[in-house]
Design a protein around this ligand. Structure first.
Ligand code: CA
Length: 230
């Protein structure tokens, strides 16, 4: 399984959060912890994780409300969610699954088992989606092979450049601000500067050659892939 997948752990108990973080990081995941529902919702507004680990009893809101929010928002509706809760009653489990949880783990749990379950869920989701190939103008990006071609010729990109291009290509015409790109490409914890984005965009354009002009600068806002219909 590809590493670097991003997990958002929503958990208010620091010890539990730390156990989960370690277990996922050991397997190559990138982890962010939100210790309240408010923080979790804030994160979700800016970045779409690959997986959410969700505690139900949070200080400010029931975790099920976060689950509802995830299923309601179109761009988040495909994100797998594993509920981890001390509430092991059948009624809670049923409600969790009804609201769209992909798995339900009852506390206390083994962090190792949680990661195994997470991998199983991610595999299932991936199988449904199939390999993603993003084609746009002269650009073809094979997401699972980490490969980019321009007019049939392979272009060698660094993992960061690859993620940057994949992000832009995920929504052609849409403008991505530098903050959003920092978040999605470099990750939650990266204390980067907007200039980092500019530098990488410059390199990416150069590597893409004639196709580089498909990455447009929107002054004062950010970057986007030129719309085919413009
Ligand atoms: Ca809790």
């Amino acid at each position: 399984m590809k590493t670097g997948l991003r997990v958002l752990i929503v958990e208010d108990e620091p010890d539990v959060a730390e156990l989960e973080r370690l277990a996922f990081e050991r397997e190559g995941f990138r982890v962010e912890v939100a210790d309240s529902a408010t923080r979790a919702l804030e994160r979700l507004r800016y970045a779409v994780p690959d997986l959410v680990i969700l505690d139900l009893m949070l200080p400010d809101l029931d975790g099920l409300e976060i689950l509802k929010y995830l299923r309601f928002r179109e761009e988040l509706s495909g994100v797998p969610v594993i509920v981890v809760s001390a509430r092991g009653e059948e009624v809670d489990r049923v409600l969790g699954f009804e609201l769209g949880a992909d798995d339900y783990v009852v506390k206390p749990f083994s962090p190792r088992e949680l990661v195994l379950r997470a991998k199983a869920v991610l595999k299932r989701v991936r199988r449904q989606e199939g390999p993603r190939v993003l084609t746009y103008g002269p650009l073809v990006l094979y997401e699972d092979q980490f490969r980019v071609e321009v007019e049939g010729q392979e272009v060698k990109l660094t993992p960061t450049e690859f993620r940057l291009l994949a992000t832009l290509l995920s929504a052609p015409g849409k403008v991505f601000s530098r903050e959003v790109l920092l978040d999605r490409v470099w990750g939650y914890q990266y204390e980067g500067y907007a200039r980092t984005v500019d530098t990488h965009i410059k390199r990416l354009r150069k590597k893409l050659g004639p196709a580089g002009k498909w990455i447009e600068t929107v002054w004062g806002v950010g970057y986007r892939i030129r719309s085919l219909h413009a």
